[in-house]
Design a protein around this ligand. Sequence first.
Ligand SMILES: N[C@@H](Cc1c[nH]c[nH+]1)C(=O)O
Length: 385
Amino acid sequence: MSTIQPFEKPLGMRDTLPRLYAQQHTIRAEAMDYMRKHGYEFIQTPSLEYFETIGKISSLDEAALFKLVDNQGEMLVLRPDLTTPIARIAAAKLLKEKNPLRLAYSSTVFRAQQREGGRPAEFEQLGLELLGDTSALADSEMLQMAAGLLKSLGLQNFTITVGHAGLINHAIDNLIPDSTERDRVRHFLVDKNFVGIDRWAATYADSEQFFAFFQQSIRGTTLKELLEQFPVLQTEAAEQFLSVSNWIDDLPELKEHFQLDPLVVSHMHYYTGMVFEVYAEGSGFALGNGGRYDDLLEQFGMKVGATGFSIRLDYLLEILPTAVDAPTRTLIYTDQESTRDANQQAAALRVQGNYVTVQYKESVLDKTAFERNFDDVIDLTKEAR
Ligand SMILES: N[C@@H](Cc1c[nH]c[nH+]1)C(=O)O
């Protein structure tokens, strides 16, 4: 027997009430404007995709996918991210018309949550993808766009930690002999569970090499020094990571926001190059993340590199100063005789930018409570005349 109550919602699903909705709208509009001004075009992809394609390729842990079966018997998933569907459309169509291609989105994604976590399972991402450009400049553009966007929204105290997927994967693969242990460490790093890594090192005999690398990285040892200590890490990935610090130095206005961190590992497994995570004062979680994913489009039949990032709208809202210039909310009370006048006054006020509600006064039971929802009240009923 079901114990679900009529007002309950599925785990992780949230309602967006009017005040929050209005704030979201303001921030979204500003962010979209910033992205458009930098040459990005908005796109919308379907909520449902095939499990066999997007579901598998997005390579998020399967437990996080919402699955359902359509009436043809095909397994579907609610999109767990936008990067993979965009790779699909870009490879199938858009890159043939424009290459490099700059796309943007403001869409919800769905990721099933653990019962204890209390986190939303549906949330909106504002994101960008730059497809068809493998240059370091494209990666630099992503870092600049992420930092520039946050600044344009009025955020001051944020840090973007930059790593390299190739480098950390190479370190894990070469410094940890056992593949099951490698997976455990990867999970710890995704979750930033450094205590877990300490415990792992204490119990796993062959952890010494990786643990030394881990500790040095935490202490902020420079990559040059790390490479001297661990010559096995001297690869093209390391070279690329070294060059990242050079172009960060070339961004004087944004430089203070960046921090190199070889331990950045994303929950998405498709990254191949530079990766980054965005943190801001006041938010316990990463606001967003991104990076280079040069092999993803190949899974859709096109061999081109790409890079991108997304920021979570819900986390942004929690830390941004609330918009102050909200329009005046005006209430006009009306009765049978004053409806015409009410509509005329309402139209004039709307032209001035007010949000105007025309309400038949007799229908309002608790007037004091109702009026609390407005900044201004104009009473055109007979009793007020
Ligand atoms: N799709 C990634 C973020 C990203 C966009 N582009 C590249 N990476 C995520 O949801 O984590």
